[in-house]
Design a protein around this ligand. Sequence first.
Ligand code: BGC
Ligand code: CA
Length: 481
Amino acid sequence: MYIEKNSIYYLVNIIYTINVDKISKETCQTEGRKVYMKKKLGVVTMAVLMGLSVTACGSGNTATTAAGTTAAGTETTAAGADTTAAAEMPAEGAELANKDKPLVWFNRQPSSSATGQLDMAALNFNKDTYYVGFDANQGAELQGTMVKDYIEKNIDSIDRNGDGIIGYVLAIGDIGHNDSIARTRGIRKALGTAVEKDGNVNSDPVGTNADGTATVVQDGSLEIGGKTYIVRELASQEMKNSAGATWDAATAGNAIGTWSSSFGEQIDVVASNNDGMGMSMFNAWSKDNKVPTFGYDANSDAVAAIAEGYGGTISQHADVQAYLTLRVLRNALDGVDIDTGIGTADDAGNVLSPDVYVYKEEERSYYALNVAVTAENYTDFTDSTMVYAPVSNQLDEAAHATKNVWLNIYNSADNFLGSTYQPLLQKYDKLLNLKVDYIGGDGQTESNITNRLGNPSQYDAFAINMVKTDNAASYTSLLEQ
Ligand code: BGC
Ligand code: CA
């Protein structure tokens, strides 16, 4: 839908009254330069098209019309146009400096592992930098509520030793990862075991707490059917292996062995910051002992295990996140408005509805929303690698040329990223015409990953999943060279 100078179609097409009202944003190409414009166009008539000088696109440029027609040789303008040139991209074909290329952080949000404070320098690295993750607090609250609801519904059978205390153990992923912190807090808040520290819920691991005297948590109480039960966090620890990898499933499998031998029938519920660790504990112990185990991520194996007694999990809408991760890059590469194919349908009809994500402009962050997956609805979630239907339309290669993307995953052994997120990315990369090089880290050091970004110049965009949320500079410093 371009208006091209000297085109023979001009006179034919110009007779249309072109209602471009619906186009709020469009891209014009001006002598090899893309000028990104935000427009609110009224009705463009032939007279306007012929009579006025260009404000929208310069001579020789192109402009799209809602009528889908191509007119040319014209100096176009729109009546009542409110046109803002928002950004200029360098000459087409000219090499963009690596520091100016689109960059998306995903799954691990640049932030202080000590305070959780966002690293705004990393999030604003350049004008095409974003973060894609999910709403950690909303998800954490859902997870806590899911566990509490389960206890209430199953109160007749849940207290295995009948002592009136509901005992639980908790597997913590990474004490410095805001998602992990939020989930620990969510469980403690819902079960009444939370203790305040510096104005927030303490998320430190308790170690062991057989008698309820620990200070990082307290005994909670739940009133169910007229009876008051005590809720106790018997044990919790960060599941970090000896080499330093966090969220470590094998470590969780070992921990449940230790915990079950010291607490035995005192353990009524097993909770985990993710499904990788949750399933490891379920397979090692809780399945055989019929102890409900709760995770997070809705990986396919965890969802399937619900049929065998796994208590439930939370979908963090990885199908939406994986899409957004690549979509923000695609949009930046195309020089179109960032909302394209997100809140606003793209030319292939891809669009997300507001019930699956939120965008916080001031944080430069997209957050997918979470959904609880339990015995009631798990059959809707059996394949965690299925693309989200509303954003599953193939982009046209002629309008969205193939671009090269470098993408890393902090730990190739991470259960969620490996079994759910990456397979999704690999489906969306094709739909979005992105040729992605996937680099899997060892989960321990950034250098294991950055060593494999020897020549950033060969890529058009970058997608980064840090080992530690504090370490954004390990990557941005490479792009700045
Ligand atoms: C997931 C975990 C995963 C972690 C990696 C979290 O969002 O829930 O399963 O290990 O991301 O950063
Ligand atoms: Ca008990």
